[in-house]
Write a protein that binds this ligand. Structure first.
Ligand code: NAP
Length: 242
C-alpha cells in the first residue's frame, strides 16, 4: 500500500520536528516553506518552496498531489496562511500544530499589533526587539537606541544607535540576562510565539524586572489543534487507520 501523503505547512522548528517524526513513521511527507528565509534549516522528506497562489492555488495543489491530510504547522503569527488552509482544505482533514502561548507574567503590556507595540515604547526606551526582519522598521525610527535580534540579515541600514544581532535560538537565561545588561535594555518586545527555545528572554526580563511588550496572537480559524508532534501522530493514526 502506498504511504499516505501528508502536506505540512512549515516554517517553524515544530514543523521540522513533525516532519522528522512522520518521515520516521513512513508517511510520504512534504513540507511547504514560504520561501522567505534564505538559509532555512530543512526538515527531512520532500520540500516545496513559495506560495500556492492563494486559496485556489492551495485547493488545486491538494487535489493534484492527492494530499490525504493537511497539517498547518506555520508560526502562530502566520495568520493568512492558516486562513487559506482552512478555506482550501474542503474534504481534506486539516490539523494544526501550534505551541501554546506563554502565559502572561508580571510587567507584561499586551498589545495586538506591531504598531501598538511601537506606540507602547517610551521614546527614551532602549528596547530589545525580537520580532523579525519584516516588521523591525517602525521601531528604528521610534527610539534612538535599541537592539534588534533576528535570524537572518534584514538587508537594511540600521541607525547608529541601534545594534543588529543575528542569532538562532535556543538561548539561555544567563546569556539573555548578560545581553540585556550589556546593552542597558529597558524593555523587551516580543511576539507571543510560545515554546522553550526562545522563552529565556521572558524569564530574563522578569529576573531584571523589565517591562515586556508582548504582541498577542492573531485569531486563527477553529481547527483541531495540537501542541506536540507526538499528539499529531496519534491523531493521524486515529484519522487514517481506525
Ligand atoms: P502569512 O502572512 O500567513 O502568509 C503570507 C503568504 O505567504 C501566504 O498567503 C502564502 O502565499 C505564503 N505562505 C506562508 N506560509 C507558507 C508556507 N508554509 N508554504 C507556502 N506558502 C506560504 O505568513 P508569514 O507570517 O509571512 O510567514 C511566512 C512563513 O514564515 C510561514 O511559513 C511561517 O510559518 C514562518 N514564520 C513566520 C513568523 C511570523 O512571525 N509571521 C515567524 C516565524 C516563522 P499564497 O497565498 O501565495 O499561498
Amino acid at each position: 500500500m502506498p504511504a499516505e501523503r501528508i502536506l505540512i505547512l512549515g516554517g517553524t522548528g515544530l514543523a521540522r520536528e513533525l516532519a522528522d517524526r512522520l518521515v520516521a513513521e513512513s508517511y510520504d511527507v512534504e513540507t511547504s516553506l514560504a520561501g522567505v528565509t534564505e538559509h532555512p534549516h530543512l526538515p527531512p522528506g520532500r520540500i516545496r518552496r513559495g506560495g500556492f497562489g492563494g486559496v485556489e492555488g492551495l485547493r488545486e495543489y491538494l487535489k493534484v498531489q492527492s494530499i490525504r491530510v493537511l497539517i498547518d504547522a506555520t508560526h502562530p503569527f502566520a495568520a493568512q496562511m492558516s486562513r487559506h488552509a482552512a478555506e482550501a482544505a474542503g474534504d481534506v482533514p486539516l490539523l494544526r500544530l501550534e505551541l501554546p502561548p506563554w502565559p502572561a507574567g508580571p510587567g507584561w503590556i499586551i498589545v495586538h499589533s506591531i504598531a501598538e507595540a511601537v506606540v507602547a515604547l517610551p521614546p527614551a526606551a532602549i528596547p530589545l526587539v525580537t520580532i523579525g526582519r519584516k516588521e523591525i522598521a517602525a521601531f528604528l525610527t521610534h527610539t534612538k537606541t535599541g537592539v534588534a535580534r533576528m535570524i537572518e540579515n534584514p538587508d537594511m541600514e540600521f541607525p547608529p544607535g541601534w545594534t543588529l544581532l543575528q542569532a538562532r535560538p535556543p538561548f539561555t537565561e544567563n546569556d539573555e540576562i548578560a545581553l540585556m545588561r550589556q546593552h542597558r535594555i529597558t524593555h523587551l518586545v516580543s511576539k507571543n510565539s510560545g515554546g522553550s527555545a526562545t522563552q529565556a528572554k521572558i524569564t530574563a526580563a522578569r529576573a531584571l524586572r523589565l517591562p515586556v511588550i508582548m504582541v498577542a496572537r492573531p485569531a486563527k480559524p477553529g481547527v483541531p489543534t495540537f501542541a506536540t508532534a507526538e499528539e499529531i501522530s496519534s491523531s493521524l493514526r486515529r484519522l487514517l487507520y481506525s
